[in-house]
Each structure stands twice: as structure tokens, then as C-alpha cells.
Design a binder for this molecule. Structure first.
Ligand SMILES: Cc1ncc(C[n+]2csc(CCOP(=O)(O)OP(=O)(O)O)c2C)c(N)n1
Ligand SMILES: [Mg+2]
Length: 400
């Protein structure tokens, strides 16, 4: 083995510490032990639980985080109302999970890359994605994924966990190009049961890629509770198999989420490789507007989790600091409502996309079956005259 290879081998495999002990009558050795750490700075009442990081002592640094969480909450309410009135399609609210998106994305630099799932608009807004773009996306308009202010961030990923593989590849590319950037990938607790998650995380570990994986553990994968999702005691410990650090954070404490993400990003950019962060939070809303969670979960459990939610927690801390009061809260609510209303207006005023635009950017040349669907789409486009024609052919094409 060449000297360089030997050095690399040594770096990857620290000497095993053998701890001899007896069990069941024969001697064994513990070859590795692991800990999963949990970080919290603010308790549910907004009271510090330990010495705070510098940014959390500075109202100027905290207020933008608070505003962003309140704005996300108002956006969610409005988006649900738009779905109920048929003005957007299905929508996935981030109610209760605002601190994860805001905390994580506020720790990123502009040149980093965010690889989100469909519930991550709180993070996207921090990155400069506009609420109008988000509404376009949920309205079925692919132009909503072309983020003007965050052009290298990835589009919302709806297939669960797939984005982890893309994120690992992006992070590896950053490493190969020696760029001082990192990739942040957001996924749900359910996503950690997918093969893509393990494969992507494994490659990021093997490549020492600058990747921060954040599991938004909101306790539910649609109607599947966390307890039935996996027998693993924590989701963070899944990192151990990939040889990267895994840790838990109170996902309702924006200070903690931001701080652990800052640390993981610093490690990533400094060549220290990937990290898995499990942010413990709770999905206070339905899975999406197509769901009714009251059919499968106990309202008392939801009520208990409202006591832990992130917006009131930071507000209480700001009140404690003397940096917040009722008039400022009122002014913020009005300001957020005006911002959301302007975004909705801009969304509704956006001309519809070209009918067949949904087929763009999928294939270099359209497969035959999809070409048939393009023709069908044109036939049913607003203003098309011949909707009734060619019924037989149409059903063939739809199933092609
Ligand atoms: C590959 C794949 N399988 C199944 C689904 C259907 N599905 C949509 S959301 C969801 C649950 C996801 O739960 P989680 O990862 O915890 O994310 P959350 O919705 O809680 O944010 C499932 C199974 C999907 N979108 N993609
Ligand atoms: Mg979930």
C-alpha cells in the first residue's frame, strides 16, 4: 500500500479500542460505542436552559427569525384557504415546524445549496424564494420552481427521500471542485425509512462530502406515527452506520436548530464531512389539505404539542429580553398579512403557463405515450374547441 493510501486508511479507521468483558460465560470485546447528543437552548416557556450562543443575546439577530416564523404561519393559513377555494392544488402546511426551516436556512450562506422536500417553504423563504413562487408551485405551475433569488437551490422533492441521493452528489461535486460551499438536505422522519436515505447518507460518509442532512421529525408520515415507522430509538443514530455524526436537536427551539446547523455547516465547509441532524418537532396540522388527521390521531396529543410550539417559545424569550411587546406583535401581524396578500395577488395575476409546459424539462425527446398526452392536454386547454372529439383514442393515450 502506498504511503498516501495508508495515511488515508488510518484516518478512516481509528484504532479499535477493545474493552474485554464477560457475558453469557464467554469473553467478548466492545469495539465501538456511540452517543447521541441532544441540544436545547430555550425551554417551551422561552427560558434559557444553558448559556446561549452570541446571536441569541442580540435582539437584532433574533427578530428576523421571529418575523420569518410568523410570516410562514400566516402564509400557511392563507395557502390552505386558497386550496379550499380551488385557487391552488394540494398544499402541505408547515404549522408547528417553522423553527426547523427558519433555523436551518438562516445558518446557510447564499452560495450553499438547499435540497428541500415539499414541506420546507419556511426554509425556502429564508433563501429568498418568494411566496408567489411557492403559490405558483402549489398551483401546479412549474415556473414556481425556478427561484429567481435562489437559482441553484433544488426544486421541492415530493418522492420521499429521493433528494438525499441528489444532495450527496451535489455535496461531492462541491468537494471535487474545492468550493467552500455545503449542501443542506431536508427530509421527514418517514424519509429515513427509505433506501435512498441510507444510500445517499452512506455515500456522503464515504466521500467526506460537505452535506448536512436535516431530518424534520414531526412524528408523522401521513397517518403512520414515528413509533411504527422504525424500531430505532432515535433517527439520529442512523448516521452511525454511515460513519458520520448524528445528533438530535429540539426542533421547536429556533436558537438550537440554528446553532447545531451552524456547527455542522462549519464542519462540512472545513473538510470534516457530513452530519445528520434530527430535529424533534410536531406536525400540528394535517399532512396536507387532502388529509384529515382527526381520523387517526388523538386531539389530546395535539393539544399537548401546542404547548411546545416554536413561535410562542421565541416570542416569550423576546418578551423576557424586553425586545418585544403587544404593539410590535400587532404591527408584525399586519405587515405579514399585507405581504401575504401581495404575494397572493401576484400569483393570481400571473398568466397561466402554456398548456403543455408540464411536459417540458422531463425528457430530451418525449416518449410516444407522453406525446399523446400533450395532444390531449391541448384539446382540453382553456379556449380549445374540440374537447369532445376522439374519445376512443384519448382513453388509449391516457393509459399509454
Ligand atoms: C417514494 C414515495 N413513496 C410514497 C409517497 C407517498 N407519501 C407522501 S408523503 C408521505 C409521508 C412522508 O412522511 P415524512 O417523510 O415524515 O414527511 P412529512 O410529510 O411528515 O413532512 C408518503 C409516504 C411518496 N410521496 N413518495
Ligand atoms: Mg413526518
Amino acid at each position: 500500500m502506498k504511503r498516501k493510501e495508508k495515511r488515508e486508511e488510518k484516518r478512516r479507521q481509528p484504532p479499535v479500542q477493545r474493552l474485554e468483558h464477560k457475558n453469557k460465560g464467554h469473553s467478548m470485546a466492545t469495539v465501538a460505542t456511540f452517543d447521541i447528543e441532544y441540544t436545547q437552548f430555550l425551554d417551551p416557556q422561552g427560558e434559557p436552559t444553558q448559556a446561549l450562543p452570541a446571536f441569541a443575546l442580540d435582539p437584532e439577530a433574533l427578530l428576523p427569525l421571529y418575523r420569518a416564523m410568523v410570516l410562514t404561519r400566516q402564509f400557511d393559513l392563507k395557502a390552505i384557504a386558497l386550496q379550499r377555494t380551488g385557487q391552488i392544488g394540494t398544499f402541505a402546511s408547515a404549522l408547528g415546524q417553522e423553527a426547523v426551516g427558519v433555523g436551518v436556512a438562516s445558518a446557510m450562506r447564499a452560495q450553499d445549496v438547499l435540497v428541500p422536500s415539499y414541506r420546507d417553504h419556511a426554509a425556502q423563504f429564508q433563501r429568498g424564494v418568494s411566496m408567489t413562487e411557492s403559490l405558483l408551485y402549489w398551483g401546479g405551475d412549474e415556473r414556481g420552481n425556478a427561484f429567481a433569488a435562489a437559482p441553484h437551490d433544488f426544486a421541492n422533492c415530493v418522492p420521499i427521500g429521493n433528494q438525499v441521493c441528489h444532495a450527496a452528489g451535489i455535496a461531492y461535486a462541491m468537494k471535487l471542485r474545492r468550493e467552500p460551499r455545503a449542501t443542506v438536505c431536508l427530509l421527514g422522519d418517514g424519509g429515513t425509512s427509505k433506501g435512498d436515505f441510507y444510500e445517499g447518507m452512506n455515500m456522503a460518509g464515504a466521500w467526506h462530502a460537505p452535506l448536512v442532512l436535516v431530518v424534520n421529525n414531526n412524528q408523522w408520515a401521513i397517518s403512520m406515527p414515528r413509533s411504527q415507522q422504525t424500531a430505532a430509538r432515535t433517527l439520529a443514530q442512523k448516521a452511525i452506520a454511515a460513519g458520520i455524526p448524528g445528533l438530535q436537536v429540539d426542533g421547536n427551539d429556533v436558537v438550537a436548530v440554528r446553532q447545531v446547523t451552524l456547527d455542522a455547516l462549519e464542519r462540512a465547509r472545513g473538510g470534516g464531512g457530513a452530519t445528520l441532524i434530527e430535529a424533534i418537532t410536531y406536525r400540528l396540522g394535517d399532512h396536507t389539505t387532502a388529509d384529515d388527521a382527526s381520523r387517526y390521531r388523538d386531539s389530546e396529543q395535539v393539544r399537548q404539542h401546542w404547548l411546545l410550539e416554536p413561535v410562542a417559545r421565541l416570542r416569550n424569550y423576546l418578551l423576557r429580553l424586553g425586545a418585544w411587546d403587544a404593539p410590535r406583535e400587532d404591527a408584525l401581524a399586519k405587515d405579514c398579512a399585507a405581504q401575504v396578500a401581495a404575494a397572493v395577488q401576484a400569483y393570481l395575476a400571473t398568466p397561466l403557463p402554456e398548456t403543455a409546459a408540464m411536459f417540458d424539462c422531463l425528457y430530451a425527446s418525449l416518449p410516444k405515450a407522453l406525446a399523446g398526452q400533450v395532444a390531449t392536454a391541448h384539446r382540453f386547454a382553456p379556449g380549445a374547441q374540440d374537447k369532445g372529439k376522439d374519445k376512443d383514442n384519448e382513453s388509449e393515450q391516457d393509459h399509454g
